[in-house]
Ligand binder design. Sequence first.
Ligand code: ZN
Length: 286
Amino acid sequence: MAVEIKGSVGRLGNNNADDVVTVQQLLLQQGLAIGQADGQCGPRTIAGITTFQSGFLNHPDGLVEPRGKTLQRLNMVGFKPSTTSSVAPKVTSPQAINQAVPSEVSGSITRLVRRSSLGVLNPGLGAVNNTYMIDKLGKPRESFSADCQAVTNDRLKKYIHTASVGPFRATGLKPAVESLRVIMSEISTKHPDIYTALGSAGMLCCRYVRGSTTSISNHSWGTAIDLTLKGVLDKRGDGMVQYGLTLMAPIFNSHGWYWGAAFHTEDAMHFEVGRALLETWLPDLK
Ligand SMILES: [Zn+2]
């Protein structure tokens, strides 16, 4: 049954405590780390609403209205009764406690939150597959393995470029490196705490997708990057993502980059150039 609110909640909203609790519970059920459902509409609640809206609105306003689209979506996407989300996970060792309980109290950008429903990730963006990449840019090299190897394709080599993108230097396809610099500059304005914690775990790297012996990683063309927060890599394939990555994803998306959190094997540290963006560069990559 759909949950209702009497007044608006969020930025410049009525923010009646009962309604705020209702919205906070819905946000928590979506895996957004907004802290406790305490009835106080603070910056974290508003950030949670905005993050949620960025999955389907071009201009998130941080406000949930009684009969608006955001409440409709909150009710629709992955809704679970609150009784299940309030059950504490069973833990067996101190190490397991760290992994199983998102440390919402710590306020850390590296704390883990559940990946959003796939339907709200990468709105309007398409990933690129090997057939497309090989067709448009050629094979980066003849043979691949699990390890990074050099590009041998002469045409592609011409467009491999190294530059500072802000928090670190990156080597990749020239327009991708330039696009990254613009994205990093926007992150530095919107999320300075994340910007200072950002590191790279590699951009250009000719290899197979991890765990595969047939599928070539888009890192091989220098159009993908793996990011660390405070030096920590998000664990691949566990369906949990670092909170800071969820805040950066809408920025990458708005610049045409696809977030690996939506891959079949969740890869939240990974961002890559989406199909539409790559298409705009092709005339210059002859
Ligand atoms: Zn990657």
